[in-house]
Design a protein around this ligand. Structure first.
Ligand SMILES: Nc1ncnc2c1ncn2[C@@H]1O[C@H](COP(=O)(O)OP(=O)(O)OP(=O)(O)O)[C@@H](O)[C@H]1O
Length: 233
């Protein structure tokens, strides 16, 4: 049973259809990866789902309720968290205060420190002085403190060293194991598929593959063909 269901969703930018009829299902307690070449429409789809930009057509259901017409903050309140591509923290606030500002009812900053012990060591440091990887951990941590049902994560690896990306991807897997439904857009395809339950590939605004993450990981030529947008495979 999907906690987030995206059905035949179309999203436009400057009047052009960028996402064309995408259908994606995200289950609780699972990692669903969304792959595709640059410009395929992954970011646009996530922004349509979170409400950052409007959806032109289609249905989005979160926990059984339709959300595609709600404003972004209402979708967030309904349990949808969006970690956007350009990580932003309150640079002058400490690590701890960044987290406290994001704490939802019943949530504790210790949950984030348990997931990312390296942040505990920087508890009093201004967030602007953290490394890129630590700032990304903080962004993910802030999102989880809102107790989301679903976490949309857009290329958290941007500009980070592979070892740090691996660390973040493992943490995302743990979040899913705790019950959150994760939709992960990631340019490190094999790394993401390594923790994924289900995978989708987009090409030129359309979903061209939907299937088991492990199947795709095991079939490199299929993955390559999908990235090139060859929908005949
Ligand atoms: N404001 C805009 N007006 C028109 N087209 C746009 C606008 N913004 C983005 N696009 C186009 O939309 C397409 C999809 O972009 P999007 O960022 O969603 O792709 P993506 O799959 O996330 O790729 P990337 O990995 O590069 O972020 C691209 O071809 C891009 O040029």
């Amino acid at each position: 049973m999907s906690v987030l269901s995206i059905a035949d969703v179309w999203v436009e930018r400057s009047g052009l259809p960028i996402v064309r009829g995408a259908t994606v299902a995200v289950a609780s307690g699972a990692v669903t990866v969304l792959l595709g070449a640059n410009g395929a429409g992954k970011t646009t789809l996530l922004e349509g789902v979170s409400g950052a930009i409007p959806v032109a057509r289609g249905e989005i259901t979160l926990g059984g309720a339709r959300i595609e017409k709600l404003r972004a903050w209402r979708r967030a309140r309904a349990g949808l968290a969006h970690v956007e591509q350009n990580r932003t923290v309150f640079r002058d606030l400490s690590t701890e205060d960044n987290l406290r500002a994001a704490c939802g009812p019943g949530a504790s900053v210790d949950e984030v420190f348990d997931l990312f012990p390296e942040l505990r060591k920087q508890i009093s440091a201004p967030a602007g002085l953290l490394s890129g990887g630590e700032q990304q951990m903080l962004v993910v941590g802030r999102a989880l403190l809102g107790r989301p049902k679903v976490l949309l994560v857009d290329e958290m690896s941007l500009g980070l060293a592979p070892i740090v990306v691996e660390r973040l991807v493992r943490a995302v897997r743990l979040l899913a194991d705790s019950g959150v439904g994760v939709l992960l857009v990631e340019q490190f395809a094999t790394l993401a598929l390594g923790i994924a339950d289900r995978a989708y590939v987009m090409a030129r605004g359309e979903v061209v593959y939907a299937g088991d993450g492990r199947d795709l990981l095991a079939d490199e030529s299929l993955l390559r063909a999908l990235y090139l947008g060859d929908t005949r495979v």
